[in-house]
Design a protein around this ligand. Sequence first.
Ligand code: BTN
Length: 247
Amino acid sequence: IGIEIEVRDEVTSTNALLKDMAAKGALEGRVLIAKRQTEGRGRLGRNFFSPKNGIYLSILLRPDMDFREAMLLTTIAAVAVVEAVREVTGRDTGIKWVNDVYLEGRKICGILTEAVTDVESGRLSYAVVGIGVNITKPSEDAFPDELKDIAGFVYDDEEPPKGVMSRLSAAIVKNYFKYYEKLPEHRFMESYKKYQILINKDIFVITPEGKKKARAYGVDDEARLLVEYEEGGKEALFTGEVSVREA
Ligand code: BTN
């Protein structure tokens, strides 16, 4: 795969832009990095607050896979970020199922994969994996209240150490393709399981019907979270249907 990286100061959303490029024929391996986003997209239709001193990065992929396998593309990203942060900063992060990266109890990275499927074959036409990492804290007044208790940063200082943004971006991209190119072997799955932070913890499983207390006891090879409900019964939770938080 030829990796071609483009860096821009400010964009609406790296995912949105890269999807446009994909629709116009851009090749697998195209990477778009921005220093700020004005319309960053999060999961479940939410916005992703994207001020300066964050990394906003999207990767274009054209895997020959069924749409049901597309979540593996997100799983790889979570592993790639955890390992990149460790390589570049020495700090230990973990994955909060499904694919948020946490540092000391706070979310430092979110991942959003947008896949476009061929209607007839059910195979992916392309997928854009978007990764947003909070590097340093934005000024207090610019920081939305609803994020204050959740969001964390790779560094506590106002300015990131010199060179760290580009080293971290490069490490994320490099790790991503290392695993992606070995995709049929699923070598990253063991790491994905190992980095989970909710295992053996009491959690709430939240669905549109309400929330139920459970204990998380593992993650299977399809990246489903295995839970045992307090009221009895076990379940393998599939991404997208539910969200979980620590009880
Ligand atoms: C989430 O936690 O809800 C997922 C957030 C994903 C944010 C990244 S930043 C780069 C890429 N471009 C976007 O507009 N979103 C993703």
